[in-house]
Design a protein around this ligand. Structure first.
Ligand SMILES: [Zn+2]
Length: 74
């Protein structure tokens, strides 16, 4: 898997996790639980993957972020 695919995948998972958290906070609605609640192990795996993706994206953030990657402060 190349880095771009991996980034798109991890980024999508982070977005899914954030949206799920937002939905849960606003409407007490857990999308991941609604979709995957019937398979608790799979549901848990999604949460773990979201967490791992956040760590991965955070670790590589400054490499592809046009703000944090800047050498000189404005
Ligand atoms: Zn940044």
């Amino acid at each position: 898997m190349d880095k771009k695919t991996l980034h798109l995948l991890t980024y999508s998972l982070v977005v899914v996790g954030a949206l799920n958290w937002g939905l849960w906070g606003l409407f007490n609605f857990n999308l991941v639980n609604t979709l995957l609640g019937a398979w608790p192990n799979l549901e848990r795996l999604v949460y773990v993957l979201v967490g791992a993706s956040a760590v991965y994206d955070f670790a590589g953030h400054s490499k592809y972020c046009k703000y944090c990657g800047e050498k000189k402060p404005e």
